[in-house]
Design a protein around this ligand. Structure first.
Ligand code: MOS
Length: 747
């Protein structure tokens, strides 16, 4: 099956795919019956609290823990002096199952690598006792010279970025010369700040040892990666580690393996007790990296009719010395528009800071702010409609690789969105519409995110004699509707009702190495279930034997219809699962299948798209920006469940409104300390900041993606920063090129 074309079986119509099914985990959550990582209660469990360093680099000079050790309820105080010996975490993408966010030997010696690094863990009988005891620990440091400001780091010199082993540097044609010769030009610098992960559920793990077996109840988007990596850290086999993650209160790229799981496991080993380590909101800011800052130049050169001659997108990002994430802001520019001349380059400036990491649509979120703002500026310079300028510059094939697109219906998405939003009624002249003291404007931008499917997918299907099926995949439900959508997919595929299907996930003992990241989990699970389904059919035909109406048929000649198998072109030859299992005297049949290699992305350029429309009001007295209307019109392949999909799009857009208008992690340039580690100081959108968000989609299946679906987890946040900033320009005539668009930049 080169290219991952969907097999004909999924085209059977049982009415499951595309149905607006409510969340299967909804009732559990509403009843409080869904256990999250910090809600597992284990016998003899103790509670952990962390002491954080206050310098960015150096050594611990003194660490006074006697008072803490003597405090009520304290069971152990772990520092570099008594922590178990551990290997560093294998950093993400350095091996198939590596899931660590840095590779630092924390608490193995007296060294400090970032401001906020844990220097001690207290475990006590209650959380309050642990928190109090931590406050009694005194630490002093010998500081080393540290690089904690982006300006200093850039002066020291930058290096070319590497992302997943590939350089983030591409040149096609002669972009500089073509840009110079262009009739219409824009050449500007756009900056975006650091962002912090703020999932509604702060990071937590409940950890216990059973001899040499480690069990971690985690909040994770990578249970298999985490299990293998923890095995490496503690020098035990992968199958001696079990990581569960039945429910996760949001991930967004932040819920992989960080030091708290490692320290929790180490403290549990030291104390000989199960440990619950639940980070405070401040703890999340100190221990869990976020999106790093970017400084991007976008230069666009065009003919007088608006056709692009040159696209230049270059710049620098801050990056930790210990991270794999150079915030690849050029990613959207690699496939969004056609141009004979393209130059892209990301440079990295290294800082002594907490590992920066993946955060929803890394690259695209902030890259689209720069690119899509610049396109708006070019449209103004040309006197062209920005929707028409974007449609005019659509490429016929991948602009860099030359491969065909698997499915690209962005022009339809633009037309449908413009119609629904009422774009034709827009006044293109900036600062010309008033509503009382509010200046009103509209803007648009392209959203985009690639289709991915990582290797390693696998699934187990167990069919029981009562005709029910259980599917197990080491996958994750972070609140996006995975369990619901895949209950539908499996029901459709096996010809069962949803009540007959259970989808089990969130346990590293299950098959598959499946990351809930890169918006690819749905494709990965889908391909895994397809593979297991093929094995299941072959197994069922064997069991059916010569007395079956299916006798003599090969696995490729039958499909599943209404609780059984039937010959594809002759449904009268049919036998139910119940009959096959009963006749063969079996209680159940269990099979495993591994997903095909993800070859589709080698043959086709696979991307999702969206056309975004935004209306803002900007207060002429205070500069306050209010988003009044927002519409996302998407082209993401087949939509499996409109209800959960609409939520994914809306959630992404809301996160994008935060990126556009308020989110900013403030690092003190002098010492690299996060200065706003709380919701009081780090602002995210609340209900009053969010208007009713309209979402529509093309629902055109992608013939190259399993189930025809390209994934929708991350595209929602992309383009939103530019759509808002472009609307602010239309409202006020002021171009803000530095996120977030706060009122001080508009007065
Ligand atoms: Mo996402 S940043 O791949 O969870």
């Amino acid at each position: 099956m080169p290219g991952g074309q969907p097999d004909p079986l999924i085209l059977s119509k049982h009415g499951q795919i595309g149905a607006s099914v409510p969340r299967v985990d909804g009732p559990l959550k509403v009843r409080g019956a869904a256990p999250f990582a910090a809600e597992f209660a284990l016998d003899g469990m103790v509670y952990a609290a962390l002491k954080f360093s206050t310098v960015p680099k150096g050594r611990i000079a003194s660490l006074e823990t006697t008072q803490a050790e003597a405090a009520p309820g304290v069971v152990a105080v772990m520092t570099h002096r008594n922590a178990p010996r551990m290997a560093p975490m294998p950093m993400f993408m350095t091996a198939e199952k590596a899931g660590g966010s840095d590779e630092l030997p924390i608490m193995q010696d007296d060294r400090i690598y970032w401001n906020g690094q844990p220097v001690a863990v207290v475990v006590a009988e209650t959380q309050e006792q642990a928190d109090y005891a931590v406050s009694l620990i005194r630490a002093t440091y010998e500081s080393d010279a540290a690089i904690t400001s982006f300006a200093t780091a850039k002066r020291k010199g930058t290096e070319p970025a590497l992302f997943m082993g590939q350089p983030l540097k591409v040149e096609k044609g002669s972009a500089d010369a073509a840009f110079k010769a262009s009739a219409a030009k824009v050449d500007e610098t756009y900056t975006t700040p650091r962002h912090n992960h703020n999932a509604i559920e702060p990071h937590a793990a409940t950890v216990t040892w059973d001899g040499d077996r480690l069990i971690v109840h985690d909040a994770s988007q990578a249970v298999s990666h985490t299990a293998w990596s923890l095995g490496q850290v503690f020098g035990i086999a992968e199958d001696q580690v079990r990581v569960t993650s039945p429910f996760v209160g949001g991930g967004f790229g932040g819920k992989c393996l960080w030091q708290h799981q490692v320290l929790g496991a180490a403290a549990s080993k030291l104390a000989g007790r199960p440990v619950r380590i639940a980070l405070s909101r401040e703890g999340v800011y100190r221990l869990i990296g976020g999106r790093t800052l970017t400084e991007q130049r976008v230069a666009l050169g065009a003919d007088p009719d608006g056709r692009f001659n040159a696209i230049i997108h270059t710049g620098a990002v801050a990056m930790s010395n210990h991270s794999v994430m150079p915030e690849p802001f050029i990613l959207p520019t690699m496939s969004s528009y056609g141009s004979p001349n393209i130059k892209l380059d990301v440079q990295v400036a290294r800082l002594d800071m907490l590992a920066n990491t993946f955060m929803r649509a890394p690259g695209e979120s902030v890259g689209t702010f720069a690119l899509e703002s610049a396109i708006d500026e070019l449209a103004v310079a040309l006197g062209m409609d920005p929707v028409e300028l974007r449609i005019l510059n659509q490429p016929d094939e991948d602009p860099l690789k030359g491969t065909p697109f698997s499915s690209r219906h962005i022009a339809e998405a633009w037309r449908a969105g413009a119609e629904r939003f009422g774009w034709s009624k827009r006044n293109p002249t900036a600062a010309s519409v008033r509503d009382g003291e509010w200046l009103v404007g509209t803007g648009c931008a392209t959203a985009t995110y690639p289709y991915h499917r990582m290797p390693g997918g696998a699934a187990r299907i167990t069919l029981t004699r009562d005709g029910a099926a259980k599917v197990e995949v080491a996958a994750h439900e972070m609140g996006m509707g995975t369990a619901t959508a895949h209950t539908q997919v499996v029901a459709e595929r096996l010809g069962l009702t949803r009540d007959q299907v259970s989808f089990a996930y969130g346990d590293s003992l299950m098959p598959g190495v499946v990351l809930a990241g890169g918006s690819q989990q749905t494709a990965s699970i889908g391909a895994s279930v397809i593979a297991a389904h093929h094995v299941l059919i072959a197994e069922l035909l064997k069991l059916a034997g010569n007395d079956s109406p299916l006798a003599g048929l090969g696995a490729d000649e039958v499909g599943t219809v209404n609780g059984g198998l039937a010959k594809l072109d002759d449904p009268s030859r049919h036998e139910s699962y119940v009959s096959i299992l009963t006749r063969s005297g079996r209680d159940h049949v269990a099979v495993e299948g591994s997903a095909s290699a993800p070859l589709e992305t080698q043959h086709w350029s696979m991307h999702s798209f969206g056309a975004l429309f935004c209306e803002v009001g900007v207060n002429s007295v205070t500069g306050e920006v209010r988003v009044r209307r927002f519409l996302g019109s998407y082209d993401c392949g087949r939509i499996l469940n409109p209800k959960t999909a609409a939520s994914q799009f809306r959630g992404g857009i809301i996160m994008g409104l935060g990126l556009a208008l308020m989110e900013e992690t403030q690092l003190d340039d002098r010492n690299g300390r996060v200065m706003n580690p709380s919701f009081g100081d780090y602002h995210v959108p609340v209900h009053l900041d969010v208007p009713a968000i309209d979402v529509i989609w093309t629902d055109i299946p992608d013939p190259r993606a399993p189930m025809g679906a390209r994934g929708i987890g991350e595209i929602g946040i992309t383009g939103v920063g530019a759509a808002v900033a472009n609307a602010v320009f239309n409202a006020t005539g002021k171009r803000v090129r530095d996120l977030p668009v706060t009122l001080d930049k508009l007065l």
